[in-house]
Write a protein that binds this ligand. Sequence first.
Ligand SMILES: Cc1cc2nc3c(=O)[nH]c(=O)nc-3n(C[C@H](O)[C@H](O)[C@H](O)COP(=O)(O)OP(=O)(O)OC[C@H]3O[C@@H](n4cnc5c(N)ncnc54)[C@H](O)[C@@H]3O)c2cc1C
Length: 499
Amino acid sequence: MSDPSYDVIIIGSGMGGLGAGLALQNHNPKLKTIILEQHSIPGGFVTGFKRKGMYFDAGAEGIIYADDNQALSQTLQKLGVEQEFIKIDPLEVLYYPNKEITLHADSEKFLDELIRHFPDNESELRTYFENMEKMTEELWYYGPTDYTNSLWTMLKFVVRAKTIRKHILKSFQKYLDKKISNTELHPILSFYNLWLGLPPKDTMAPIGIVVGGNPFLKGNYYPKGGMLGYSKNLASSYKQKGGEILYNTKVEQIIVEDKTAVGVILASGEEIRASLIISNADLKQTYLKLLGKKNISKNDYKKMVVLEPSISGFGVFLGVDMDLTKFPSHLTVFNDYKEIIGPILEGNFTLNGVAMRIPSKIDASLKSDKGTGIVMLAIAPYEWNNKWKITSEGERAAEYKKLKEKYAEQMIKIAERAIPGLSENIIVKEIATPITFERYSLNDGGGWYGPQKGQKRSSYKYPLENLILTGANVDSTGVPTAFISGVKTAEKIIRMKKL
Ligand SMILES: Cc1cc2nc3c(=O)[nH]c(=O)nc-3n(C[C@H](O)[C@H](O)[C@H](O)COP(=O)(O)OP(=O)(O)OC[C@H]3O[C@@H](n4cnc5c(N)ncnc54)[C@H](O)[C@@H]3O)c2cc1C
């Protein structure tokens, strides 16, 4: 066996890969680590692009835990990464047919806003907010601090967290049905269930309530320089600390010798060897393609084949020549008060709920004198309409393009309820389907949040000797959590391998 050229190979420069690389190089700048990224830019789903001078985020839209005293900022500080974050306030404005509701980045202001719109539900809302605050604090103070939660840690937590314990066996939907009599309030209070990719009926009540309450209580932030700027900043810190990144470099296979990962084979056919491999790539891809059936157990193979991806989506990126001064940076238009995630998981593309993000409204450095970039997103199923009418060879031919255009037009029409006149002022239009999200990330089914929640994932972290998986595929989804997952992976390796 030839000597390994690197100490560590990292497959993928998503938040997980960058977090792992940064923590390793920060620990010891003499380490030889390399990140291999199939795309031409770093960041995975924390990304963006420019067209005719206008900037668009193409994935994540906000980052929690980024306030000075919170987990992400503290981790970045520890790694010596300087990054400014801007608080998103208001968090969102929801446009319903008969109401315009502002989600203030302050729970008291948000509660007042809800009471203003739903005065008959004041006392129910006050109790809901009290419980939301209690549950959030319980999680904050007693919650497991590590992803490798032992049964003992979990038991201790459940004993201490009284309010959470009381509602732990209920679904979020059952909780809403019991506590909030006006069903119009249900989609508003469960708005952030989108981040879980699950409808409230499939979410444990405390999880739905805490995830939903977090932005109001702890804030949601936007990185100065946009999502792509943030990823570039992380990649450049990694390089400054001695790390190496190769872009446009797709890993085709992980080389396994004596049940041990020893290197990778690239799409170009080149082999690179290392003492250790970290995969930030999709979980299913890592097992079924990069390792392959012959290198994994029968049991893992069976489980991987049926592993479901999370929801994906449809995006329209519009550059418009319009004055958008009076609009907020984050807004969502709904056709009615129906729950939107369930139908998508059942395979229907309902287009009820169009989110719009205007990055230059949060960060003035992203402004362009050519026009304003608006990102429009809606959740959408991957398998819909024979995988969006791609051909049996996977080509995106005329039928696919026609379908894209048709739904982009519908989406713009819905968006015009909040921002009238969009369709007359378009100077740039790009459209993305779940097939596009799959192509740029290589994530199974173009899944936005890794594999669907509710399936066991962390047990797949260590497929074989010298191979560790990291990021949203094996830990919690989300920008800060995927990054911290990478950092913790590196810390574990440093402890185990004494690097
Ligand atoms: C539209 C959208 C909106 C979102 N909104 C938010 C939000 O507002 N807030 C939030 O916290 N989270 C949000 N998320 C989720 C969040 O972006 C992800 O959970 C997180 O970025 C995942 O990071 P990761 O490193 O685990 O994986 P990824 O970002 O998927 O990175 C994996 C990387 O590996 C590379 N790769 C894969 N296979 C190979 C291979 N064979 N060879 C080489 N490279 C490979 C990919 O190109 C990619 O760069 C959103 C996601 C999407 C898509």
